[in-house]
Design a protein. Structure first.
Lengths: 90, 90
């Protein structure tokens, strides 16, 4: 960490650091998505937990995951176009 | 992530790195916001996950995001007015 403190990272070190930051953020994002998906799809698909996940429950979970991703992407598009609109109004 | 300026408190700032971290931070905040919107708009708008998001659900989700932002803006502005008038908070 010495080189970070002195502010003299070599180009390659800096690149590595940036890659790591990006990767960590991507991992955190994926984990958040995974947690939310499990919670939401459990709620939608498992009414009474039985001794195993039956076929229809598994199908429901798969479908729910896909729809959750669809919704996520839609929210993302809506939110970013709103941000753009707000910016152009400023 | 609370205070990026700590990085450069008494050393010459690596501005490339700082710009990078700031941009990554904003991206992460954007994603976190999408997770939050998707969380409650999913609950509000999605009934049973089907083979695709139907158009009614899609409309509901994008309205949900837009109206939530409207409400936050409204509340923020009104709250600022309350503080300006010196009322409300004693």
């Amino acid at each position: 960490m010495d080189s970070l403190a002195t502010g003299s990272l070599s180009g390659a070190q800096k690149e590595e650091l940036m890659d790591q930051v990006k990767q960590q953020i991507a991992i955190a994002n994926a984990q958040e998505l995974l947690t939310k998906m499990s919670e939401k799809c459990f709620k939608k698909c498992i009414n009474k937990p039985g001794i195993s996940l039956d076929n229809s429950e598994q199908k429901c979970i798969a479908m729910c995951m896909d729809r959750y991703m669809d919704a996520w992407n839609l929210v993302s598009r809506t939110y970013s176009s709103r941000i753009q609109r707000e910016r152009s109004n400023m | 992530m609370s205070d990026l300026s700590d990085f450069s408190s008494n050393k010459p700032a690596d501005s490339e790195l700082q710009d990078f971290l700031l941009a990554e931070k904003q991206k992460a905040q954007f994603q976190a916001q999408i997770h939050e919107f998707n969380d409650f708009c999913w609950d509000k708008c999605v009934d049973k996950p089907g083979a695709k998001l139907d158009s009614r659900t899609e409309t509901c989700i994008s309205n949900c995001v837009e109206r939530f932002i409207d409400v936050s803006l409204l509340i923020t502005n009104r709250f600022a007015q309350m503080l300006e008038k010196g009322g409300g908070m004693h």
